[in-house]
Design a protein around this ligand. Structure first.
Ligand SMILES: [Zn+2]
Length: 545
């Protein structure tokens, strides 16, 4: 596996080569960098042509001498390529399946051509030592954004999605400067695209795509090889395959708020669960997402495309997974259950291997659906969970009250405290749990279309409550007929009621709900001893005539 450090070195080297190439062609290079502490704008402007400083981000243009001097300063920067016009017919990707080396070149080319927007990741190797490549589109990686993942062809012989993913990456990168929606999506999201999850299957015969296999080189179906919510570990009785391990490792490091796994063999959006009859608490949310994708595919596809009714669905082109057929060890349920994500399985074509002649139509039928799918990630609640005392971020469990179960909750990030909860417009009450903290209830909070509502949760440490707030108080005091206890925490107190001379008048378990009837006591001063474990409190009250 190529380390991220090695990838960074390659990026820097590629950057130098790109700058050199640009300078040769155009005699200028456009760079963007954070304003360094050791140089003022006044000093900078004397050694380069500053075009803009926005929020301490500098855009500047340099000639060859300036570039050479700039490099000596060792300021981390990105090279901004000149915007280019994009036409489908002139795309660098043709409508033929790439050979193995062409595939790697295309993925590499994304990074080479758009180094300021994207990075190529090799997350691990297949059985036959082929790279598992992701292109990550994340223009300003210093900003925390919701991460989304799209992968295809985990079944090597389901080929159309691989081309769709390459096209999508190309579209997002090349349209970014000229398409408002693409600009918004790429600015707002951290997008990971893996066109080929099973390269050994796809390139089983490197000369003939029609020889592609569903399984990996060990003969294992990779989409049955993940831990399963119902069957547990190794649901297929196989070892976790190298491809599976690499994916699980990635999913451990990056918490994707939404993901999709592209297949072929049917034309339908399949949503959780695959492994059980019970519905996911976000079933309605999944249905709306699936229908949004399918409706667009029906509208822009060829006649009859996606107009399939399967799994008892009343809606064309969508199905609950289990209602179609149960799957154990699928990635969809693994991600949705164990990683608290929201994954769907999208079947693109009734043909397993989409003929090359149909690839362009496949793109035309689906790209608006893909953009709609990505847009769906930008609606819900974005929250930050912190310690009320220290302000430090907390890893917590975030649930919608009277809605979620243990599998559907989301988790706030331990480093940033941030969570994203994708929701339909409506009103929601949140409950936030973390070990060592009192449960925090916030809401109701309104969610609107196509935007995030922001939520800040400050959790109170439990020992804080114990030390400072736990001492109960009697009310009313003075009292007429009945006394109650006011406390931040409900305790199983035992009580003893004593008169002013120290005689015990009565003792029992404290009647938390009804309070204690003191109507028969004579007027005067009394003491109430409350005991729970080793904790004893002495309280005093006055009985009125
Ligand atoms: Zn499949």
């Amino acid at each position: 596996m190529l380390s991220f450090f090695a990838a960074l070195c390659i990026t820097l080297q590629a950057q130098v080569e790109i700058a050199d190439s640009l300078l040769t062609q155009r005699n200028e290079v456009h760079v963007r960098f954070e304003l360094p502490a050791f140089l003022s704008p006044e000093q900078l402007t004397q050694i380069m042509s500053i075009a803009r400083i926005s929020n301490d981000t500098v855009d500047a243009f340099l000639n060859r001498t300036q570039w050479h001097n700039f490099c000596q300063l060792r300021i981390p920067c990105r090279i901004v390529l000149p915007p280019k016009k994009y036409h489908h017919t002139r795309s660098s990707i043709s409508w033929t399946y790439p050979t193995e080396s062409e595939y790697r070149q295309i993925m590499q080319q994304f990074q080479t051509q758009y180094p300021e927007i994207c990075h190529l990741y090799d997350i691990g190797r297949s059985v036959k030592n082929r790279s598992l490549l992701f292109i990550r589109i994340n223009p300003d990686s210093s900003i925390i954004k919701p991460s989304v993942m799209l992968t295809s062809s985990i079944h090597g012989n389901e080929t159309g999605g691989m081309m769709l993913m390459l096209r999508l990456a190309d579209y997002l990168l090349s349209q970014r400067e000229i398409n408002i929606l693409v600009k918004k999506l790429t600015d707002s999201l951290d997008i990971w695209i893996n066109p080929l999850a099973n390269p050994d299957g796809f390139y089983y015969d490197t000369a003939d795509i029609y020889q592609a296999t569903r399984f990996n080189a060990n003969g294992v179906d990779l989409n049955r090889n993940f831990p399963d919510p119902v069957k547990g570990s190794h649901p297929d009785n196989n070892d976790y395959q190298p491809e599976t391990k690499a994916m699980m490792q990635l999913l451990k490091h990056y918490r994707f708020v939404m993901s999709a796994n592209f297949h072929s063999g049917e034309e339908v959006v399949n949503y959780p669960w695959d492994s059980q009859l019970s519905l996911h608490p976000d079933d309605t949310w999944f249905k709306v997402l699936a229908k949004t994708y399918a409706d667009s595919a029906i509208r822009f596809g060829t006649n009859g495309y996606f107009q399939t009714y399967i799994g008892n669905s009343q809606i064309a082109g969508i199905t609950n997974g289990y209602a179609w057929y149960p799957v154990y060890g699928g990635r969809q349920d693994y991600v949705t259950c164990f990683r608290h994500g929201r994954e769907v399985t999208i079947e693109l074509d009734k043909d397993f291997i989409t003929p090359e002649a149909d690839l362009e139509q496949l793109w035309q039928s689906n790209y608006r659906s893909l953009l709609a799918w990505l847009s769906y990630t930008l609606q819900g609640v974005k929250g930050v969970v912190t310690d009320q005392m220290t302000g430090k971020p907390i890893a917590s469990t975030v649930a919608i009250a009277d809605h979620d179960d243990a599998k559907s909750v989301v988790i706030s990030d331990s480093t940033t405290g941030i969570f994203y909860r994708l929701l339909l417009p409506g009103s929601y009450t949140f409950k936030i749990y973390a070990t060592g903290y009192d449960t925090c209830t916030i809401g109701p909070i309104a969610v609107y279309s196509n935007q995030y509502t922001y939520l800040q949760a400050n959790l109170v440490p439990k020992d804080k409550i114990k030390n400072e707030i736990v001492v109960p108080q009697i009310f009313p005091n003075p009292v007429g007929n009945r006394i109650f206890l006011r406390s931040m925490q409900t305790k199983n107190w035992r009580y003893a009621l004593l008169d002013n001379g120290g005689r015990i008048l009565q003792q029992n378990t404290w009647p938390q709900n009804s309070g204690l009837d003191v109507s028969t006591l004579l007027p005067g001063m009394y003491f109430l001893y409350l005991t729970e474990g080793k904790n004893t409190q002495r309280l005093r009250f006055i009985k009125l005539p």
